[in-house]
Write a protein that binds this ligand. Structure first.
Ligand code: ZN
Length: 180
């Protein structure tokens, strides 16, 4: 079983690990505590104390916060329950005409504005662009990753989370309140 130093994993994350070492790491069986090392590094890089349960993107994390599991940006901005698509609570910049789409696509690469919207999801706390999606007009925001945290911790890490709960997409619960 390969054992890589946390410092090497940190270099891998930052894209500064030399290519031969990257190859070496890719070919080796994953060490069992790779996930823990990765989370430890991420935790050491944020200024807040809530425990990271799972990194979602380079900027977003599911954290344990006062008995809740919420999505939190590295800047500290909180998006709420992780079972609700965090995009609903972000700032959304939509490109849906030829002119605005041409700002980011060249020539024929540009999608047809009659069919496609390009949506940029921005953190209200720090202004980081968190995600971009090109989707058919009217399509709901793509919920890229709703992880089954309890199964992951129980079955894969062998240490169940103390607050096992219902695993269900709650996004629609929020959207339906928008009609009221
Ligand atoms: Zn942020």
């Amino acid at each position: 079983m390969a054992e890589f130093l946390k410092a090497d994993i940190e270099k891998l994350m930052d894209g500064v690990l030399p290519w031969p070492s990257v190859q070496d790491m890719l070919k080796s069986p994953k060490d069992l505590d790779r996930f823990d090392k990765y989370v430890e590094i991420q935790q050491s890089r944020v200024a807040w104390d809530e425990k990271i349960l799972l990194p979602l993107t380079p900027a977003l994390f599911i954290v344990a916060s006062d008995g809740e599991r919420i999505v939190k940006c590295r800047c500290g901005h909180e998006f709420g329950d992780y079972r609700i698509n965090w995009k609903l609570f972000s700032l959304i910049h939509v490109r849906d005409d030829a002119k605005s789409i041409a700002e980011i696509y060249r020539g024929r690469e540009a999608p047809d504005a009659g069919w496609t919207q390009v949506r940029e999801y921005i953190c209200p706390g720090c202004g980081s662009q968190l995600e971009v999606e090109a989707v058919p007009r009217g399509c709901p925001p793509d919920f890229e990753f709703l992880p089954d945290l309890d199964t992951f911790y129980r079955e894969w890490l062998g240490r169940p989370l103390p607050d096992e709960g219902e695993f269900v997409d709650k996004t629609l619960d929020v959207i339906t309140t928008w009609d009221e």
